[in-house]
Design a protein around this ligand. Structure first.
Ligand code: MRU
Length: 358
């Protein structure tokens, strides 16, 4: 199943609960936009494209549950209640606002009735989900061309089918190269503190039959400096107009070590993750999560840290574009200077979308 899926029979949004994997495969069915916002905040669903699609379905749930019959009142409710609540769930991944705004634009185009708005909003959410899968497959084809037989690839966080609607971004590229018959090995950064690499990426690699080893995040520099890693592939939560890349905390250190050792560093980024309104990465809002995520770990069944210890927990960092070798998008692989290339692909995506609407 998809990690984000509309259940038409039950009229709910079905999500794979990513908090409990790999110990348990559990799904949840959400019936209100508040529940969706909470699921995004608590990381039941996570990964930039997946939270975008989930929020789009959250808008659909808001429209379906709204009891009034006035089109204007429904639009106001979507704009003033549902959209701000969903957008506020997590601040860094721009896909969230991108998807909510896209649904709102579609809703505003409907001139007839509240029921027609409801239908359009659900259709647009479904379109966002379907397009995500198509986009990922396109990126996978372009990105896999960068992978050679024998490559050992460092991957950070989880960017696979779980982090998207299906297939994945950086992990989708790796999966495509594997399916093309290339012999590859993945070094999976465990990704502290929530262990998206060790829990989720390793779980996915098991299903695909791709050989891997989990490494501690702080071992990446060792593998890069000893020639034991040949490429780095990561995802992104937001890319600024100059090519600065926000991604899971630890990506910046990984990019520095890759750069220092002449190892190519490739973010795999759908155009829905590009934010041309921000000139550079300094303007990207960085989510700081509950310190409990850092503190509540155990070592051999006992608390790892002294009682009363305090912690900081930024969830993302920004990699400056000078450390980025190339950015893989659904419109091809972009090389520096990134500014004009990013503008071109975003314009291309908008044109394609407008043609579909007409
Ligand atoms: O905090 P998370 O798990 O939502 O962070 C996810 C990442 O940083 C991913 O690398 C990013 O969203 C791209 S996933 C296709």
């Amino acid at each position: 199943m998809r990690s984000v899926e509309w259940n038409a029979e039950k009229g709910c949004l079905q999500l794979i609960d990513q908090r409990v994997l790999p110990a348990e495969f559990r799904t949840v069915c959400l019936h209100t936009y508040d529940e969706v916002a909470r699921a995004i905040k608590d990381m039941v669903v996570r990964g930039a494209p997946a939270i975008g699609a989930a929020a789009a379905f959250g808008m659909a749930l808001a429209a379906l549950r709204f009891s009034g019959s006035s089109r204007e009142a429904l639009l106001r409710f979507l704009e003033e209640e549902a959209a701000p609540t969903l957008k506020a769930a997590r601040p860094t991944a721009v896909n969230l606002a991108w998807a909510v705004d896209r649904v709102l634009r579609a809703a505003r185009r409907v001139q007839t009735s509240a029921d027609a708005v409801r239908e359009t909003v659900l259709q647009e959410a479904q379109r966002i989900a379907d397009e995500d899968v198509e986009t990922n497959k396109r990126m996978a084809e372009y990105g896999a061309a960068l992978i050679e037989d024998g490559d050992v690839i460092i991957h950070h966080c989880n960017t696979g089918a779980l982090a998207t609607v299906d297939w994945g971004t950086a992990l989708g590229v790796i999966r495509m190269a594997h399916e093309q018959g290339k012999r590859i090995h993945v070094l999976v950064d465990e990704t502290r503190p929530r262990l998206q690499g060790a829990r989720l990426t390793a779980w996915e690699l098991e299903q695909y039959g791709i050989p891997y080893d989990i490494i501690t995040d702080n071992a990446a520099g060792y593998f890069l400096s000893t020639g034991q890693a040949t490429k780095v592939f990561v995802g992104a939560d937001r890319v600024a107009a100059n090519g600065d890349v926000a991604n899971k905390i630890g990506t910046y250190m990984l990019a520095l070590a890759a750069y220092d050792n002449g190892v190519p560093f490739y973010p795999v980024v759908p155009t829905s993750t590009i934010d041309l309104s921000l000139p550079d990465g300094r303007a990207i809002p960085i989510e700081e999560r509950d310190p409990a995520e850092v503190l509540d770990i155990q070592y051999r069944g006992r608390p790892a840290m002294p009682a009363g210890a305090s912690a900081r927990n930024p969830a993302f960092d920004v990699t400056p574009h000078r450390l980025v070798t190339a950015i893989v998008t659904e419109y091809g692989v972009l090389y520096p200077p990134f500014g004009p290339a990013l503008q071109r692909v975003v314009a291309q995506a908008e044109k394609e979308r407008e043609a579909r609407v007409r």
